[in-house]
Design a protein. Sequence first.
Lengths: 251, 258
Amino acid sequence: MSEIVVDKLTHTFGKGGLEALTVLENIDLKFEDGSFTSIVGTSGCGKSTLLKMMAGLFDPSDGQMTLDGELIKGTDRRRGMVFQQDAVFPWMTVAKNISYGPRLRGASVTEQREVEAKWTEMVGLKGFEDRWPRELSGGMRKRVDIGRVYANDPDVLLMDEPFGALDAQTKERMQSDLLEAWRQSKKTVIFVTHDLEEAIYLSDKIIVMSARPGRVHHIEEVTLPRPRTDEMRLTDEFIQIKRRLWAMLEH
Amino acid sequence: MDGLKKILSGRFVLGALSIGLVLLIYTIITSRPDNNPALLPPIPDIVASFFTNLAAGTLLDALWASLYRIFLGFFIGTTLAVIIGCLVGWYKTIEYLVDPIIEAIRPIPPLAYIPIIIIWFGIEEFSRVLLISIACFMVCVVNVIAGMKNVPQVYVDAASTMGASRFQVFRTVAVPAATPFIITGYRIALAAAWTTLVAAELIAAPSGLGYMLQEGRRYFLTDQVMMIIVIIGACAFIMDRTFRSIQKRLMIWSETRE
Ligand SMILES: Nc1ncnc2c1ncn2[C@@H]1O[C@H](COP(=O)(O)OP(=O)(O)O)[C@@H](O)[C@H]1O
Ligand SMILES: [Mg+2]
């Protein structure tokens, strides 16, 4: 079980000050156990802020969030996060990055090796174990990032525009890899993106946010069957959803 | 590979050429009939002074005395700087407590402490090592603090969301992320150690390279003065190069290595 509930959450940066900025207002959301939810919205509408609060990096100024009924306060390995920026540690090799989480908890060298072997393979970086991140392309670094979070085995996976900076082909491959990994593990995934097609292809549910202050504007249920295939991107249903969401984001 | 070799050898050849040119000009000037060798000793005299002092054992004694002070002062100063700098740069409470002191002391040139150190501790070995330690500490600690303050937030956030405790973030993220700054701190400290050493020995020492400089001035042994200057330059150069190669190895992960 790992269900996140967001309850009347409001967040104001610099509250009480002259430059107070309310980025999120009255957000009520529920992310069911094992579901894949995307959040879309224009940039600056508070998506990253919402995700970081779910990770526990800072507290909302009002309202609360719970994981399985337990109040979210502070970071916790149960809620793993892939950041919008490159977060791979440049001073560790690919393998050491992947096994960082288990190492924190005192995993033995053998256990670390197992984790490294399993997840470098899963994210398609076999043979790159001993490389430094600076030797990898942006797409490969993102794979390290995702592999590292997966290897840490969180219950909830928060992903902030993880594929935003990738070229179209790499992106599609990483999307289907992500779905495959999700199908096997059934983690609760919350995925922020500004790419509507990506959102539809991946999700059970898409949350459309409006900006200034960020509010929940619409929730779209995606009923396309699973497993999803690339051909589905061309079906009428897919295109209709895309058109509907696109019209919403225009306003 | 061939191209690289060419560039390297090109660089080496050009470097040797420019040094050779300086030596040549110096030789031409000093071999003019109106040159006063007491002010500008010819190169053979300088070389002779080197061998005389080497044979007499005075040079090695002085070198050893100086290097000992450098290494001890550098080691103490930088070790304290890294420990204190890491804590001050990372933990806000410690920063608020200690940073004002560091900021207050920082603008004071270490040589200004010479009188008070002599008053307190006398002209002892301890005083000289202390002075070098202070100099190394001050320049190094500033870099270490800057390094800790420049740790990218996203690395800290990534580690925290993977379940790292505050101390684990400090140890496994902040310190390694700050190493480029820390190593720069070490290098600047090494340069500061030499500066302070010579100054300290000029004023108050019964031995060492600075002492030999002072002795050369007192007895008008200009060739000895020149020789010691070259020795100091060579030692500082060799140490800096050694440091750089250590830096290169430690910083192998960094994109911006020199
Ligand atoms: N730490 C912060 N302090 C003040 N304002 C912030 C901070 N972080 C983000 N903001 C502001 O909050 C708004 C939402 O930011 P963000 O959550 O990053 O949006 P999104 O991810 O949807 O593009 C932006 O206007 C941004 O400038
Ligand atoms: Mg964002």
